[in-house]
Design a protein around this ligand. Sequence first.
Ligand SMILES: [Zn+2]
Ligand SMILES: [Zn+2]
Length: 273
Amino acid sequence: MSALRFCPIASGSSGNSTYIGTGDTHILIDAGISGKRAELLLEGLSVSAQSLNAIFITHEHADHILGAGVLSRRFDVPIYACENTWRKIDSRNLMGKIAPHNKKVFSYGQTVSVGDNLFLKPFQTPHDAAQPSGFNIFAEGRKISVATDMGIVTDTVREHIYGSDIMLLESNHDIEMLKNGPYPWQLKKRILGEYGHLSNAACGELITEIFSSKVKHIFLGHLSEENNEPALAFEAVSSILSANKIKPGCGFSLHLANRWERSYCVTYEKEFG
Ligand SMILES: [Zn+2]
Ligand SMILES: [Zn+2]
């Protein structure tokens, strides 16, 4: 039976990758872990890396592209990225050689179809990369949003993630932990800046702003290893939501996207209502 499945398989500064599949269409958003590790994590979902239809790249930072080149070469998988992202990847040889037929370009606002029933719409995110993207994914009547690596929340981000059934959002750091932590000042400034990463508090506020009864699953992702703790991120976001009368567990689930292992896999069977 055809089903829609959504599962972050790695999340955080040590590597990001999210699996989305319907029937015989399978994609990854980012492949920031080794090709071998991506293969193993996909196997746990009974998906062979060989059957991947595409890898979509949010931006060229290593924690999002590390294994993309290997997967593309080993399994002949097309890689989709923005034009300026490709330019940066090529000029710095960040992925090794990619076969020309596997180099695909997308633009913000364009709808890209993969297989028969999966559609992706990229949108702009504020981050210090060449041309960073978030994604709306449409399949089986559902809307999914993936938006991490954002210094601030823009109207573009709000508009695109609104009305999603599933969201993977960034809950990168606790502001106090970051400010008092060991990072050099320049790096702290970068993370806290407009093109850095979203704090737990900013993530909680974002969810409060765009919350609707349509939301069924929210994943908190891209947690910092140095400046956050899973329990702290969960608690911080939950308490902001509760203060706004949004109760995780009532009508929707709040999940943590795990750093080193597969996260909860959301599955919708084909019949939905
Ligand atoms: Zn980044
Ligand atoms: Zn990142």
